[in-house]
Every structure is written in C-alpha cells, then in structure tokens.
Design a binder for this molecule. Sequence first.
Ligand SMILES: Nc1ncnc2c1ncn2[C@@H]1O[C@H](COP(=O)(O)OP(=O)(O)OP(=O)(O)O)[C@@H](O)[C@H]1O
Length: 252
Amino acid sequence: MSLPSPSITPVSGSADRTARPLALDNVTLEYPDGGGTVKALDGVSLSVGAGQMVSLVGPSGSGKSSLLAVAATLVRPTSGNVVIDGVSTTDRRDAELTALRREKVGIIFQQPNLLPSLTAVEQLMIGHHLRGMPLKAARSRARELLGLVGLDGSAEKRPHQLSGGQKQRVNIARALMGGPKVLLVDEPTAALDHERSASIVGLLRQVTDEFQVATVMVTHDTEFVPLTDAVAVMRDGGLTAPVRPDVHHSGV
Ligand SMILES: Nc1ncnc2c1ncn2[C@@H]1O[C@H](COP(=O)(O)OP(=O)(O)OP(=O)(O)O)[C@@H](O)[C@H]1O
C-alpha cells in the first residue's frame, strides 16, 4: 500500500468547493420537537478534498451524527446544499439519492452490522448486481479488499468467528466495495480497546490515501486526531472552530 502524499489542500475556504468530493454549503437541519423545532445543524459549511481525512469532534448532542447523516444523503437538510463529487443533491428524487449513495458514498457505523449467516467475502458482495458488477468480479474485488484490510485468511469466516477489530475491518472493506469518493465514519473505535482502535484509525488513514477518498470521521478519541489532516469542532449544531488546513500528517 502506498504511503500518503503530503500535499494537503485547505479543507475550507476554497474558491472551488464543488470540485471536492464532499461539500456542505450552509446546511441547516431542523427536527420537529413538540410544537416547535430543534435545530440539529445551523448553517454548516465544510468541504473535504480527495485524500483528506477530517476528524469531527464535539459534545454529545452537538450535531455530529446529524452532519454525517446529511452528508450521506440519508437525511435531507432543511436548507442549504450537499454536493457529492460535483453532484448537487438538492431537489434530487429519493431513487437518485440512493443511486448516488451506492456509487459515491461509503458509510461506516460504529457497529459493523454484519449479517450473521454470511462469510466475510459474502458481506462485501451484497448488492454487487445493483452496482452492475458481475459475480466473479465482485468476488475477486471483495477478496482483494479483504486482503488490503489485513483479513486475507478470514474471507470465509462468519461474524461469530471474527474479533471486534476484524469485524470493523470487514465493515471498512465493505464500504470500499463500490469505489466511493466519500467515506463517512461514525465512532469507528467505540467498541474497541486502545490497540485495536489505533490500528483501525491507522487503516482509515491508509485507505483515505490509497483510494483518495474524502473522509469524515466522528470521534470522541482526540488521541487519534493527529492522524487526520484537520479537525472540525461542533457545538450547538455549528462548527465553532474553523477547520484547520494547517494540520499536516506525516504518514502512518
Ligand atoms: N430524529 C431526531 N428527532 C429529533 N431530534 C433529533 C433527532 N436526531 C437528533 N436530534 C437532536 O439533534 C441534536 C443533534 O443530535 P446529534 O445526534 O446529531 O448529536 P451528536 O453530536 O451526534 O451526539 P452524540 O455524540 O451523543 O451521538 C440533538 O439536540 C438531538 O437531540
């Protein structure tokens, strides 16, 4: 696997934000709350370039999961726009968003949510026909990705035969199956001990570089922030600190 290129472009303030794989432009999200509304996101703008990894931190309830859900096009913002790989998502029909998500977005939740009866390689192959990938090509890509995440010998194992860290590796490999441009990661180390957490964040750093995806990782673990290019701090639905484009990483 190649090591990361050191050239990091600014995460915010770029003149051409839409050229980046992920751009949120003045996004607001309101949920109904009794008779009124609660503002989960309040005018959030953020763009992430190819091969960049951003940590998203902030207190509980500050809007981190909401930001990921909107960036993943799983939830439509109340106002503002989300642009994925140059495609503006405002006014797109649900079916178009589903296709866009399948082709461009990899989502990694804190719990791997693997299907108990399927082997690791089969977990990755789910939905290959929807991507127009023939069975043989899907199997070969799945095996390649499992090798890349360090699970060469575990392709035929089922979830109950895998450790927590190994399951999370399957989860990461699965998110890469469609060749995404954007990787959205929610607390990937929540269920892991320190050593496994470090290796999972290191792996996410590596795949960000290798596949040149734009990665946003929600984390409570500020220890891993230095492995990322920039940190976005959320409070009360907004980004409080400007994203720091000056945080360069020196490789894993
Ligand atoms: N489905 C929902 N309906 C109503 N309010 C919601 C919903 N989801 C989130 N909220 C509210 O939106 C705000 C932001 O929540 P969000 O889950 O995005 O925060 P978070 O930073 O991810 O929190 P945590 O770190 O605890 O997961 C909170 O006030 C929360 O109560």
